[in-house]
Design a protein around this ligand. Structure first.
Ligand SMILES: [Fe+2]
Length: 367
């Protein structure tokens, strides 16, 4: 879809979107994330959440604490599917025990975001140590075994389209992170206790096939190439920010495929220009779903949650959430301090509608 150069306007509006709008109530409506045609509309009244929703299109919130299914105790021994479409699946994982099998996704690239916990992702290329805040990328067709050293809670994204690192070409090769910070597996002989047989689970969508071997099939003594698993720690991401304007969250895109992009929201200073609107804005993302794995909210409150914003549904702070945010902002301004954004989350934004599973809806019902 091409952006149109035909721009039009009517009524009351500001010449620079997101700046000087406080007495009005701006809503951002855009196609293709924040890249396509867009309009700002200006409301007389603050945004309110609907008093009641009948039907399936709703902003959904769920607390991760309401998810108690351990992977190792599930039927397949794997993470629990939360939201999906034919190209992409998003699951939650809680694992405390080592996988008693090796796993190879033969359909999809896998991106794991570790929200909490630590351990080792033993891949056939070598081990990757992980802890909270790490992204683990495993290409399609590469085998691995997760071996937690503490209870590990993670978001697991499987994408049929290859996942790559998002391009921010105008920023150069070293922003928002230098590839030198990636954790690369060093080949290693695994000295795990011998077993009668080793199971390699081949994952094809939700279907599993098991191959059994007498000897551990991880016997790699070396590797080379540009297809390998790696780790990216979120602390190594140096975010793009602007002093005078809230920039669109797509600026914080870290990974992408043809079916989604992944945005890392990290704590940072807010804009210093008091005329500039702060994050988050009221918006309708017309062509993208948003699935957010949240660690902390605006006042730094630890609140592990999993939210789903269906495409084209107005969100951002509405009703009481908006009031809370405004109170927080006024407090910061009264104290003469700078606004610190403490919002800490990972957003998976699929281009096509995702369907929530009964497991996710059960968590939403307990919110
Ligand atoms: Fe959004």
């Amino acid at each position: 879809m091409k952006n149109s150069w035909i721009q039009a306007s009517s009524g009351v509006y500001v010449p620079q979107a997101r700046v000087g709008v406080r007495e009005m109530h701006e809503e951002h409506i855009s196609r293709e994330g924040f890249f396509g045609p867009a309009s700002m509309i200006y409301h007389e009244k603050p945004a309110k959440a609907p008093t009641r929703v009948e039907g399936s299109l709703a902003v959904r919130m769920a607390k991760v604490e309401h998810f108690d299914q351990l992977d190792e105790e599930s039927e397949a021994g794997l993470p629990t599917l939360m939201l999906h479409n034919p190209e992409l699946s998003i699951s939650l994982s809680r694992r405390v025990a080592e996988m008693p099998f090796l796993l190879r996704n033969i359909d999809a690239d896998t991106l794991i975001y570790v929200q909490s916990g630590s351990g080792t992702l033993a891949t056939e290329f070598g081990p990757l140590e992980y802890s909270g805040g790490d992204y683990l990328y495993i290409p399609k067709g590469i085998s691995y075994r997760q071996m937690p050293s503490s209870l590990t809670v993670a978001l697991v994204v499987e994408s049929m389209a290859p996942i790559g690192i998002a391009e921010h070409a105008m920023l150069g090769r070293h922003t928002p992170f230098d590839s030198g910070v990636l954790g690369i597996p060093e080949v290693q002989a695994y000295d795990w206790p011998e077993q009668d047989e080793w199971e390699l689970k081949l994952k094809q969508g939700e279907e599993l096939t098991s191959w059994f071997f007498d000897d551990l099939p991880f016997d790699v003594i070396g590797w080379k190439g540009d297809l390998f698993p790696f780790r990216l720690s979120e602390k190594d991401i140096r975010h793009i920010s602007a002093e005078r304007m809230h920039i669109a969250p797509s600026s914080w895109c870290i990974f992408e495929s043809a079916s989604f992009f992944c945005v890392a929201f990290r704590p940072m200073s807010g804009v210093s220009d008091v005329e500039a609107e702060e994050l988050p804005s009221r918006h309708r993302n017309l062509d993208m779903e948003e699935v957010l794995m949240i660690r902390s909210l605006f006042a730094g409150v630890e609140a592990p949650e999993l939210w789903h914003m269906p495409q084209a549904v107005t969100h951002g702070p509405l009703g009481e959430h908006r009031d809370m945010f405004e109170m927080f902002r006024k407090q910061i301004e009264a104290e003469g301090g700078k606004l610190e954004r403490t919002f800490d989350a990972v957003s998976i934004d699929p281009y096509k509608r995702v369907t929530p599973t009964p497991a996710y809806l059960a968590m939403v019902a307990k919110y």
